[in-house]
Ligand binder design. Structure first.
Ligand code: LCS
Length: 393
């Protein structure tokens, strides 16, 4: 295994890719199907007796380059790319869980992930239980013999709650051997945290966010050991969700990955400056950013994050003021998503997390006074001036 500390180099050279014609960038193999030399060859490929491509839902050369790169970056054996983050999450969960199994998840999750669990996995006889995983006793009390998956995001969307990957993985594996710990690493990217190195079994991403980084692709990623990825590929991706990534989108993500290290450094630096400004603002009740010493997860964050990434959230004094700020900003862009070059501002309770019930919002620890900011790559002084002016208007 190569030195994983130099991921700035590894993201460009670590997988030693070589392409036809000596091309530096991977060719976009925009083909749905692949031609067999003979009927026997086609049969051998379907039987798994011969390597080679068959059909892009089962594999594609451009997508393979992305999958190899992400397996390398997350320090896993294998990777699968998907047509969206939700495609990655749903394909993974329906592959790992069956009727009668138990899923334990954290209370703070991206809105559609929560709805997938509460409204849909339950329709297939999967028991879903939510606990606050910053309280490890709650996790211990929830685990049962039929717990097959423990699932969380860190930092979690939208409160930036930080969960101790090592502690949760150890407790889950000791209590239920074979239970899979699945971590949504969207908010960090492997440049900041590699959950598999802290004991997790599976990493999922919305590659729509930092991995691509330019706001022009919807995509998902799952990294794990080779057997788990084979299972998710055959069941979840091939037969159940069919959530396939388009080869052109794979190419765009590969292009975005070239600057991942630079972007994560700049997002982290800018977010820290904006967080400090907000902390001192008379209009702000609380700032949630793992890089701030006052953040409840700061110590755990220092242990498992190399820097603190680019998303933060903050509470203002009233819902009306929150709406006013979002309508008044001129540089910050009023839009959901995150991890793009542009600073994006949005209102979780009425937008990304609008599927939450009142009780679920309470358990997740936020309300309608919370604003989420994905700090972009602009000059942080300009972002701060924009927020300051919007809050004063
Ligand atoms: N996981 C996390 C942590 C997310 O934030 C999202 C999307 C997903 C998974 C799903 O990925 P997708 O299917 O959209 O690629 N989060 C969004 C958000 O906060 N604003 O818009 C989408």
């Amino acid at each position: 295994m190569e030195n994983k500390k130099s991921l700035a180099t590894g993201v460009l050279h670590g997988t030693h890719d070589k392409f036809s014609f000596g091309a530096l960038t991977p060719p976009i193999v925009q083909s749905a199907t692949f031609v067999f030399d003979s009927s026997e060859q086609g049969a051998a490929r379907f039987a798994g007796a011969e390597d080679g491509y068959i059909y892009t839902r089962i594999g594609n050369p451009t997508t393979t380059v992305l999958e190899n790169k992400m397996a390398y970056l997350e320090n896993g054996e294998a990777c699968l790319a998907f047509g969206s983050g939700m495609g990655a999450i749903s394909s993974t969960l329906v592959s790992l869980l069956s009727n009668g199994d138990h899923l334990v998840a954290d209370t703070t999750l991206y809105g559609c992930t929560l709805t997938l669990m509460t409204e849909h996995l339950t329709r297939f006889g999967i028991e879903v239980q939510f606990v606050d995983m910053t309280d490890l006793n709650q996790l211990k009390a929830a685990l049962k013999d039929n717990t097959k998956v423990v699932y969380f995001e860190t930092p979690a969307n939208p409160t930036m709650k930080v969960i101790d990957i090592e502690a949760v993985s150890k407790i889950a594996h000791e209590a239920v051997p074979g239970c899979k710990v699945v971590v949504d690493n969207t908010f960090c990217s492997p440049m900041i945290t590699r959950p598999l190195e802290h004991g997790a079994d599976v990493v999922v991403h919305s590659a729509t966010k930092y991995l691509n980084g330019h706001g022009d692709v919807i995509a998902g990623i799952c990294v794990s050991d080779a057997d788990t990825i084979a299972k998710i590929k055959v069941a979840g991706l091939k037969d159940i969700t069919g959530s396939v990534l388009d080869p052109f989108a794979a190419y765009l993500i590969l292009r975005g990955l070239k600057t991942l290290k630079l972007r994560m450094d700049a997002h982290s630096k800018n977010a820290m400056e904006v967080a400090k400004f907000l902390e001192g603002s008379e209009f702000v009740k609380a700032v949630y950013y793992p890089g701030l010493e006052c953040h409840s997860g700061h110590e755990v964050a220092k242990k498992q994050m190399s820097q603190f990434s680019g998303v933060l959230s903050f509470e203002v004094k009233s819902y009306e003021h929150a709406v006013k700020i979002m309508n008044n900003v001129k540089l910050c862009t009023l839009a959901v998503s995150l991890g793009d070059c542009e600073t994006l501002i949005q209102h979780p309770a009425s937008m990304t997390h609008s599927g939450y019930t009142k009780e679920e919002l309470e358990a997740a620890g936020f309300s309608e006074t919370l604003i989420r900011l994905s700090v972009g790559l602009e000059d942080p002084a300009d972002i701060i001036a924009d927020l300051d002016a919007a809050m004063r208007l």
